[in-house]
Unconditional design. Structure first.
Length: 335
C-alpha cells in the first residue's frame, strides 16, 4: 500500500541512516559502561563498609600511629639536618631523585618519565663539568647559568599553574567550554613539575657550588682554605676582576660584601640565590640576601626557593614515613 503525504511526514528522516544508528549505539554502550562502573564502585564501597564494620577502635589506633609517626619523623629529620647536614642532604637528594621515577614507572606515567630522563641527562652533563679537575674558568658561570634557568622555569611553572587553578575557580574555563576538572588537573600538574624539578635543581646547585669552590681552593666547607685570596680575584670562579668600580664596568659589575671581599656580581648571585649559600665564599661571614637582591622582581625567586625546601620533605620523606606506618600496622595486625 502506498504511503500518503501525511504518513511520509511521520517517518523519522534519520531512522534508517546507518550513521545515526551507529552514533546511538555508541551512546548506549557508553551509558551502559558508565552505569556498570558506577554499580561496581557502589558494591566495592558497600563491601568495604561491611568488612570494616565495628573497627572504629582499630581505625583510631591506626590514626594515632600515623600522627605520631609524622611528628616523630619530622623531629628526627630536623635533628639529623642540624647535626649531620651533608649526609641528610645526600640521602634526601637520592630519595627525591629516585622515589618519584620508580613510582611513575610502576604506574606507567610515561610523560613524567620522559621529563625526568631529559632533565637528568642534561643536568648530569653539567654536573660532570662541575666535577672536573682542574676546573675550567668558565665552568662556574655555565653551571650557575644552567641551574638559574632551571630555577626560573620552576618558578614560572609554579606561578602559571597557580594562576590556572585560580582561573578555574573563577569560572574562566566556561569561556572555552572546558570542564573545571581539566583546568584543575593541569594547574596541579604544572605546580608539581615546577616544584619537583626546582627542588632537584637547587640541591644539585648547592652540591656543585661546594665542589667547584673547593676545587678552586678559596673555599672549604670546614677548615681553612688551601689558597689565600689574592687582590682582584673572584673566589667563586677563580677569575680576575676586571674592574672594582662599577662606574667603569663594561662587561660585568662587581659586588662587595660587608666583609669587604669583592666578587663578580653574577658569581655571588649564583652562589647565594642558586647555590643556597648565605655566607661569604672565602671567610664564611654571614651574607644578607637583601643587599644582593635589590630588584623587586627578583625577590619572588628567593621566596620561591625557600618554599621549595618544604617540598623536599613532602616528596622524599613522606612516602618513606607512610611505608613505615603500613609496616607497623601490618605487624600489629591492624586493617
Amino acid at each position: 500500500m502506498a504511503l500518503t503525504d501525511n504518513d511520509t511526514q511521520l517517518v523519522d528522516p534519520g531512522q534508517h541512516d546507518p550513521q545515526v544508528v551507529l552514533v546511538e549505539s555508541e551512546n548506549l554502550t557508553k551509558l551502559h559502561n558508565g552505569l556498570h562502573a558506577y554499580h561496581e564502585r557502589v558494591r566495592e564501597r558497600e563491601s568495604l563498609r561491611v568488612a570494616h564494620k565495628g573497627h572504629e577502635a582499630m581505625h583510631l589506633e591506626m590514626f594515632l600511629i600515623l600522627i605520631f609517626s609524622l611528628i616523630a619523623g619530622q623531629f628526627i629529620l630536623i635533628e639529623w639536618r642540624k647535626r649531620h647536614y651533608r649526609s641528610y642532604r645526600f640521602v634526601t637528594f637520592i630519595g627525591m631523585w629516585l622515589i618519584p621515577i620508580v613510582l611513575s614507572i610502576r604506574s606507567q606515567f610515561w610523560r613524567f618519565v620522559f621529563c625526568w630522563l631529559l632533565f637528568s641527562c642534561v643536568t648530569l652533563l653539567v654536573v660532570r663539568k662541575a666535577l672536573e679537575k682542574p676546573l675550567h674558568g668558565a665552568t662556574p658561570r655555565m653551571v650557575y647559568k644552567w641551574f638559574y634557568i632551571i630555577h626560573l622555569l620552576s618558578c614560572g611553572l609554579g606561578i602559571f599553574g597557580y594562576a590556572v587553578i585560580i582561573a578555574a575557580f573563577c569560572g574562566f574555563n566556561l569561556v572555552f567550554g572546558v570542564l573545571p576538572q581539566v583546568w584543575l588537573d593541569f594547574g596541579f600538574l604544572l605546580i608539581f613539575y615546577g616544584s619537583y624539578f626546582g627542588v632537584l635543581g637547587r640541591d644539585l646547585a648547592e652540591m656543585c657550588a661546594d665542589k667547584m669552590a673547593s676545587n678552586i681552593g678559596y673555599y672549604v666547607p670546614d677548615g681553612i682554605p688551601s689558597r689565600s685570596l689574592e687582590e682582584n680575584m673572584c673566589a667563586v670562579c677563580g677569575n680576575r676582576l676586571l674592574v672594582l668600580n662599577n662606574d667603569d664596568a663594561v662587561l660585568e659589575k662587581t659586588f662587595r660584601l660587608p666583609c669587604n671581599h669583592v666578587f663578580h656580581e653574577f658569581c655571588i648571585r649564583g652562589w647565594c640565590i642558586v647555590g643556597k649559600k648565605e655566607t661569604c665564599p672565602y671567610c664564611k661571614e654571614k651574607v644578607d640576601l637583601r643587599g644582593i637582591v635589590t630588584n623587586p622582581w627578583e625577590k619572588p625567586h628567593v621566596l620561591y626557593g625557600q618554599l621549595l625546601d618544604w617540598i623536599r620533605w613532602l616528596v622524599a620523606w613522606q612516602p618513606v614515613i607512610l611505608l613505615l606506618v603500613q609496616g607497623v600496622n601490618w605487624a600489629l595486625g591492624l586493617e
